[in-house]
Design a protein around this ligand. Structure first.
Ligand code: S3P
Length: 424
């Protein structure tokens, strides 16, 4: 059986680096994701004067983080690269610490909405000014004149872990109570990690509360082996389904706010065994065995199921193109504001290679089948679109050429090598 250990989870890696920067001692984190996004967070944390040593370890990047006297106002613009999580969580951290900073990103990140975090942070008392277009990077955060932030009860319009986390970072670091009531449960890594480090953060369904009364404000230093990234593992399971080869996935996060795609794979006919291996900083670590069915059934996803599989929708769409019938993705309008407009990018590339797919306002309708597919895929710089079509290219009777395969390195630098093992 093919065995794959995915890179360290990207969402957990960002958070571990950010919390280590403000923790009360030296942190050691092993197996961080080695993609460009995690490196962006490490670089931005270094920009605040925090000592971050990164070395290549056996399972990704190993980091030693010494906060010293704590983060300080940076002397240069903090470049968040392609990473929305870096920009949005870092904004919360800077506001919570009462520092000044300018944040910016690459062309894709400059096109993504920022008001969703700027508005609640301003409501807490932050001073943030857009330096270019409204609602977009770059923006400048200015040091508060005096006093602490205001408490906040926020009801975001979308379920977004980045919004929730930015508000939590600000509240926790300044010691003011916050409550976030989401329309659905987004990934909960921030809550889990903060609670594991000693902060009084608790969740009641989609409501997260930070109540500082009686807490000394100190976060413990971090000792962590980062669980593998289920979003990267998803592409590997997809290759298993399309090539008919079982796969073992080792040391992967089994966090239920991330593993919704496994239920869709089951609907498609896959046999999936999950075994619990450990719990690390409140995060479940699992091993999986995924056995492909003889033929793939179509699926219909939408509603409350979307947040727990939002990043896996490009991959699921690619699998739908090889299913026996029509699949639907609904209520996924957030896909339009990811690293690219993923609904448009999927639809246009499907048309290009011969898959019958229709774009809707908030999703896609995809006609599956086994007819030959060929043509050139252009992911428009979006790592998950590139990898989704990379996986589709492992199916029989496909002849896909990939423009810009290297953009997969944003989250999964070893992706194409791991995919090769299914074709040997
Ligand atoms: C992430 C949250 C999600 C997800 C992104 C990573 C995070 O975005 O799509 O890839 O680490 O918090 P939103 O919070 O915008 O939904």
């Amino acid at each position: 059986m093919i065995e794959v250990r995915p890179p360290g989870d990207k969402s957990i890696s960002h958070r571990a680096l950010l919390f280590a920067a403000v923790a009360g001692g030296l942190s050691r984190i092993r197996g961080l994701g080695d993609g460009e996004d995690v490196r962006s967070t490490a670089r931005v944390v270094q920009g605040l004067g925090v000592d971050v040593e990164l070395v290549d370890g056996p399972h990704g990047l190993d980091a030693r983080i010494d906060p010293g006297d704590g983060p300080a106002t940076p002397t240069h613009v903090l470049d968040c690269g392609n990473s929305g999580t870096t920009a949005r969580l870092m904004a919360g951290l800077i506001v919570g610490l009462g520092l000044s900073a300018r944040l910016d990103g690459d062309e894709s990140l400059r096109a993504r909405p920022m008001r969703r975090i700027v508005y609640p942070l301003q409501a807490m008392g932050a001073r943030i000014e857009y330096l270019g277009a409204p609602d977009r990077l770059p923006f400048a955060i200015s040091r508060r004149a005096t006093g602490s932030l205001r408490t906040l009860k926020h009801r975001p319009r979308v379920a977004s872990a980045q919004v929730k986390s930015a508000i939590l970072m600000a509240g926790v670091l300044d010691g003011v109570a916050v409550e976030i009531r989401e329309p659905g449960l987004s990934r909960d890594h921030t809550e889990r990690l903060l609670a594991a480090l000693g902060a009084p953060v608790r969740a009641e369904g989609p409501v997260v509360l930070f109540e500082p009364d009686g807490w000394d404000g100190r976060l413990d230093a971090i000792e962590l082996d980062v669980p593998g990234d289920p979003s990267s593992a998803a592409f590997v399971t997809g290759a298993a389904l399309l090539t008919g080869r079982p796969v073992g996935i080792r040391h992967v996060s089994g966090n239920p706010t991330r593993t919704g795609f496994l239920e869709v794979l089951r609907t498609m006919g896959a046999d999936i065994e999950r075994s619990h291996v450990a719990t690390r900083c409140g995060e479940p670590v699992e091993d999986w065995v995924v056995r492909p069915p003889a033929r793939l059934d179509p699926f219909d996803v939408g509603g409350d199921d979307i947040p727990a599989l939002i990043d896996e929708l490009p991959l699921l769409a690619a699998l739908a193109a090889r299913a026996d019938g029509q699949s639907r993705i609904r209520n996924a309008d957030e896909l339009r504001v990811k690293e690219s407009d993923r609904i448009r990018g999927l639809a246009e590339n499907f048309t290009e290679i011969g898959v019958a797919a229709t774009e809707t306002e908030d999703g896609l309708v995809i006609e599956g089948g086994t007819a030959g597919l060929s043509g050139r895929v252009d992911p428009r710089g979006d790592h998950r679109i590139a990898m989704a079509f990379g996986v589709l290219g492992t199916a029989p009777d496909t002849d896909l050429r990939h423009a810009d395969p290297d953009c997969a390195a944003v989250s999964y630098p070893r992706f194409w090598a791991d995919l090769e093992s299914f074709l040997e």
